[in-house]
Design a protein around this ligand. Structure first.
Ligand code: AMP
Length: 159
């Protein structure tokens, strides 16, 4: 295993193809299913941040975003949007909704089967983002431009 493979394995949390979500898809573990089609499945998160916290996952064991066929990613977002609308229309308290996806250990991913979180938000719900100090001093525009150039270059080399 080369250095970059090792780094990748750590970043990917030493991928176990038999994640808890694969077991849920195989119905070897229980779940409160919300939705299923040929691409994605949605069920309730076992440790809800707020009441109504749901997850949408691909039916294939994709670890992270780069393993996800784009049409499956699009369907995850489409169903996430549908669930968000349903939460708002239900009697579950929600003054807002967060959609969140952690891609990689550094981003907070703990289950290595990519998943989109959908959870209701309301004032004093106890959830919050911790922002780094740098956030409060916006960088010079040059820094934004350099980052933009790097991303655009990578996008065009992949196209
Ligand atoms: P993340 O930290 O973004 O990888 O989120 C993983 C999520 O999976 C957490 O919110 C967990 O509560 C949730 N989770 C773990 N095991 C189960 C399970 N058996 N059923 C439903 N949700 C689960």
């Amino acid at each position: 295993m080369g250095e970059s493979d090792k780094k990748n394995a750590v970043q990917r949390g030493n991928f176990d193809p038999h994640t808890v979500f694969s077991k849920i898809l195989a119905e070897e573990l229980p779940a409160e299913f919300l939705y299923k089609d040929n691409l994605v499945t949605a069920f309730m998160d076992i440790q809800p941040i707020t009441r109504g916290h749901a997850l949408v996952i691909p039916n294939i064991p994709a670890i992270g975003l780069s393993d996800l066929p784009p049409e499956t990613g699009a369907q995850m977002f489409k169903i996430g949007q549908k669930i968000a609308d349903a939460i708002k229309a239900s009697d579950i308290p929600s003054e807002g909704i967060n959609l969140f996806l952690a891609d990689g250990v550094a981003a907070g991913q703990t289950v290595f089967h990519v998943h989109l979180h959908i959870f209701p938000r309301f004032e004093k719900d106890g959830f919050g983002w911790k922002l780094p100090d740098r956030y409060f001093t916006p960088p010079p525009r040059e820094e934004l431009r350099e980052a933009k150039d790097a991303i655009v270059a990578a996008m065009s080399s992949k196209a």
